[in-house]
Design a protein around this ligand. Structure first.
Ligand SMILES: Cc1cc2nc3c(=O)[nH]c(=O)nc-3n(C[C@H](O)[C@H](O)[C@H](O)COP(=O)(O)OP(=O)(O)OC[C@H]3O[C@@H](n4cnc5c(N)ncnc54)[C@H](O)[C@@H]3O)c2cc1C
Ligand code: FES
Length: 296
């Protein structure tokens, strides 16, 4: 019977490139056919710098994208990271042919139940899982261990998506921090932006973008919200979803140590069927949770 981390590989992998794509934000391309083939949207990998014990503990990063050079198979993955502390500062100094230790894919995935409109509400560096999520939703890419069919670098549309349209509501502190906008537009998402300082659009939080969208959404349209970002923002999105009776899944970025369910450093409070709450591990039972079950 499949269990968590049953497809996970622990590999030493070569960096193909490590590019700055926005203020303090990098996209790193890492070679690993197995991890590219197996990882599903919403899942993550644990990363360490090969041969380096400082920091000793790995960091989690969501799958952003996959790449191919030979147009025959996926050859590795792209991660997008914000330079924040010890690990990401060290990571940003690496370049082509340096090595990282990568463990993945890990964690659960977003729901793929059919819906008219998938609304992705993200803030900070919470946009990172959403490129893969939206592509799967629209049916433009399939993920997992099925055989990939690539023609001239484009995957054939061998599976229907589960959403008719995808909207990305993306909030950041300032315009320079918005990363990968063109990737999301190229993928066919309706992209709406908000910044705290008004350097793009009006200064407003991403929750206002969500309220604007819901106000004009047709009553007959089924909507599901998926959300990732700073915890207060996710809590606010969850409150809106609850008030409007819309289903909502959040991807938690709880700091993790092992990533595979052993240390319990990553727990979140989750409501049980009897109304009480209990701790669940973000790395195993998550990182994606039904927002209605989270105790913020
Ligand atoms: C499932 C999952 C997916 C993730 N995906 C990404 C991703 O795609 N891109 C990305 O940039 N990051 C992602 N993260 C966060 C990432 O794992 C690291 O926590 C982050 O990069 C900081 O590591 P650091 O060593 O640079 O900073 P540290 O030195 O560990 O911390 C710097 C400061 O930030 C605080 N901090 C660290 N982590 C968090 C956190 N998660 N929430 C709030 N405060 C924190 C610390 O307390 C400290 O004050 C993800 C986390 C999880 C659990
Ligand atoms: S990070 Fe160790 S149990 Fe989740």
């Amino acid at each position: 019977m499949p269990h968590y981390a049953c497809n996970a590989q622990f590999q030493t992998c070569r960096i193909i490139e490590n590019l700055q794509i926005a203020d303090d934000t990098f996209r790193i391309r890492i070679e690993s056919q197995a991890i590219a083939r197996e990882t599903l949207p919403g899942q993550f990998v644990m990363l360490r710098i090969h041969g380096c014990n400082d920091p000793l503990i790995g960091r989690a990063f969501a799958l952003y994208d996959r790449y191919t050079e030979d147009h025959a198979q996926w050859q590795g993955i792209d991660l997008v990271y914000l330079v924040k502390g010890k690990f990401t500062q060290a990571l940003s100094r690496l370049s082509e042919d340096d090595l990282v230790a990568m463990n993945g894919p890990l964690g659960n995935t977003f729901s793929v139940a059919p819906v008219d409109h998938l609304v992705m509400a993200v803030g900070g560096v919470g946009q990172t899982p959403m490129l893969a999520v939206g592509r799967e939703a629209l049916g433009s890419q399939k993920f997992g261990n099925e055989v990939d069919e690539l023609i001239d670098g484009e995957q054939t549309l061998s599976r229907n998506g589960y959403a008719k349209k995808v909207t990305l509501l993306y909030g950041a502190r300032t315009a320079g921090r918005l990363a990968g906008i063109q990737d999301f537009r190229n993928a066919g998402f309706d992209v709406r932006l908000a910044t705290d300082d008004g350097s793009i659009g009006e200064p407003k939080p991403v929750t206002d973008l969500l309220l604007d969208l819901l106000e004009v959404a047709p009553a007959t349209e089924s909507i599901r919200i998926v959300c990732c970002g700073p915890e207060p923002m996710m809590a606010a999105v969850s409150a809106i979803a609850k008030e409007k009776n819309i289903s909502c899944e959040v991807s938690l970025e709880t700091p993790m140590a092992c990533g595979i369910g052993i240390c319990f450093s990553c727990v979140a409070k989750i409501r049980q069927t009897d109304g009480q709450w209990d701790y669940q591990r973000t790395c195993v039972e998550g990182p994606i949770f039904d927002s209605a079950k989270l105790v913020w």
